[in-house]
Design a binder for this molecule. Sequence first.
Ligand code: IPE
Ligand code: IPE
Ligand code: MG
Length: 253
Amino acid sequence: MLMKLPFFKKKNSETKEESGLDMTPKHVAIIMDGNGRWAKNRGLPRIAGHKEGMDVVSDVVKVAVSFHIEILTLYAFSTENWKRPDTEVDYLLRLPKEFLHIYLPELMENNVRIETIGDLEVLPEHTKEAVYYAKEKTKNNDGLLLNFALNYGSRFEIMEAIRQIVTDIDTAKMDLDSLDEKTFTKYLYTKGQPDPDLLIRTSGEQRLSNFLLWQAAYSEFWFTDVLWPDFSAEIFKEALHDYQQRKRRYGGV
Ligand code: IPE
Ligand code: IPE
Ligand code: MG
């Protein structure tokens, strides 16, 4: 049924008319959840699920590139994930390096620019090095912006924004009267980026888990029971197709 729609006609890059680009979300954010359960179902350690999930990222990026999505934000590690056992945290924080080691050439080929949101400072040196290298290497690419949320927490982001705003008011860099929603967003990690149009969460959980609380005010949500390691290009396209049927009203009529 999906195949009949022009949106799904071609596998690779499509023209604006062919892809129904005007209805394609500009910014898609994904809460990649369910790695642990995927591993548990197979009698494997949780980290096996994280490893499997890593490869799905590459498939999803390829779809985002071919559908001319401008920004793909992936929740990779939350400020709350530090609560997990040290060995798991350690593994999760090794994954960015591993991912980039394998996929950076492909991302370069696809003109993908890598960015991050979250507090990188407290991450292990090896994680930071790999991420900074990839950001530098891809900084002139002008295709998809692949935004990894790493040590990201929305409440922390908002608190930090407030702290900085207060400092800027104290030091007369900013005047309280000029503070409005638009100015506030300039203090967030997502500064300059449009809000997510579509927010996907896998694994059957239906919550934000401290992800993009401000930015998702008017996002369309799409949930699936599929565990992240089982997510695929096809399921992603299903979500994009579903998004195209939505009527966004933003409080209007
Ligand atoms: C998502 O999978 C990966 C991260 C949170 C880093 P989980 O590890 O949360 O998997 P479940 O939810 O326990 O199955
Ligand atoms: C959200 O998943 C964080 C990431 C996907 C990185 P969690 O698995 O940590 O969220 P909760 O604990 O189920 O809310
Ligand atoms: Mg989870």
